[in-house]
Design a protein. Structure first.
Lengths: 315, 140
């Protein structure tokens, strides 16, 4: 019986959910992705868009929500530049900047949403204001066109945050209690900085997105946006773990993931963990690089960190 | 006798400025592009690693580009910029921002090279240690 239960769970962890009928969230993501894909030409955004579409097709909506932003930003910023090609002077830029500044949301919407949507929205919104702030001196002191690009990126980040806020989804349970994870972020930053110093030239570039995620986690934590901080912290931990997880760690990852999935079935909203479980499933089925090694990193480093944080806050 | 008092005061003031006064604390400030940046992120990681190595006496402050009073006072309009106790250690050109525009190569250019990043880390550590030992940082 135990064997049967475990087999069923292992199957559920990796098996795509048949997308016979879209949920309203999946339908909204699909519609947005189709718009994004019209602007995407090539490069990493094209890959992100294709993976998001693939995740939707496999019923992995949490993963699609996460991948969507990676496909959305650059094409949207480039479109913004095209639409503002008549901005040629510092004064004209300032006028556009003032308009965008007035559009920035001042706070996240209230109400019980899935934790993942709150986290994704907070993370995009937290990047929007500093990017907008940086775009002004960039345009006036360095290069007007590049400044316009960053203004467009800030605009796109605001749109992304609004999109996540607009999705018709209710929380799948009560939110886990969340508090500041500043010590966890500081510990991870210390470890990652030491890894970076010891890394060779080829792998040093991999540390740039990790550093960015840690910084974003820190900024969100300071703003008491704990869901966003937790998500970015786990994404940084995931990326850092990928650098040190050997291929042979993938053995048994499926079973370890199944065990954690069962443990998380406690009526609370674990949608942030669900994102990583779907990511692991995509790794195991070969839909997402680096394949099964990624699933091992999630099973052994990311989800245990998630569980440790939410259980610590519960005490 | 007023001139004698003034002379004694002047000598005493000069002596107190020149004498190394060990600091218990050093602040490293990085002015950076707010998020993902191939110049700013490696700089921050190296700064964090030096700070971790030197311990609690070293504080790291991150200031976002466009919002830094230190950068404004130093009339630096790009990034990244590194200050140690308010004194300029490395400017954007040192990391390769607009490299070659003025025909000069920065101290740590090309920045992606491990050897140049190591040189930055060594310079930063040496200056921070000097500061902790009481030496005054010379303006570059």
């Amino acid at each position: 019986m135990k064997f049967l239960l475990c087999s069923v769970l292992c199957f559920l962890v990796v098996a795509p959910v048949p997308a016979a009928k879209d949920s309203s969230v999946a339908a909204a993501v699909r519609a947005r992705l189709e718009k994004v894909q019209k602007d995407v030409k090539q490069g990493s955004e094209s890959t992100a868009a294709a993976r998001a579409a693939q995740a939707l097709g496999a019923g992995r909506v949490h993963l699609a929500l996460h991948l969507l932003e990676g496909a959305w930003l650059r094409p949207a910023a480039e479109r913004f530049v095209r639409e503002h090609r008549d901005v040629k002077s510092a004064d004209e830029f300032q006028r556009e900047w003032n308009r965008e500044n007035a559009l920035l949301p001042t706070r996240s919407p209230a109400g019980q949403r899935p934790l993942l949507l709150a986290a994704l929205s907070a993370a995009a919104a937290a990047r929007s204001r500093p990017t907008l702030a940086g775009s002004l001196p960039y345009a006036t002191d360095i290069d007007l066109q590049d400044g316009l690009y960053y203004l467009g990126e800030a605009h796109a980040l605001t749109d992304v945050a609004r999109f996540y806020d607009s999705l018709p989804a209710a929380a799948a349970g009560t939110w886990p209690e969340l508090r500041s994870i500043a010590p966890d972020i500081a510990d991870l930053l210390r470890v990652v900085a030491a890894m970076h110093t010891g890394a060779d030239q080829r792998s040093r570039a991999s540390f740039i997105p990790i550093s960015t995620s840690i910084r974003l986690a820190s900024v969100l934590d300071e703003k008491s946006e704990y869901a966003g901080a937790l998500l970015e912290f786990l994404l940084a931990r995931y990326q850092a773990s990928l650098l040190v997880t050997p291929v042979d760690a993938a053995a048994g990852a499926r079973e370890r993931l199944a065990a954690i999935t069962v443990a998380l079935d406690d009526g609370r909203d674990h949608s942030i963990a669900k994102l990583f479980i779907e990511m692991a499933a995509a790794h195991l089925s070969g839909d997402l690089p680096p394949g099964p090694r990624g699933a091992a990193a999630i099973a052994d480093k990311v989800l245990p960190a998630y569980v440790a944080i939410i259980e610590r806050e519960r005490k | 006798m007023n001139w004698l008092r003034a002379l004694i005061f002047l000598v005493a003031s000069t002596a107190s400025l020149a004498a190394p006064v060990p600091d218990s604390h050093v602040t490293i400030t990085l002015v950076r592009w707010p998020f993902m940046c191939s110049l700013s992120d490696p700089a921050e990681l190296l700064i964090r690693d030096v700070a971790a190595e030197l311990g609690a006496r070293v504080e790291v402050k991150i200031e976002e580009y466009g919002r830094s009073e230190l950068a404004r006072r130093s009339r630096i309009k790009r990034f990244p910029v590194v200050f140690v106790d308010g004194q300029l250690l490395a400017r954007p050109e040192d990391f390769g921002f607009d490299d070659g525009a003025d025909g000069q190569r920065g101290k740590y250019v090309p920045w992606r090279d491990t050897a140049n990043q190591r040189r930055f880390r060594d310079d930063l550590k040496a200056v921070a240690l000097k500061r902790l030992g009481g030496s005054v940082i010379a303006h570059p």
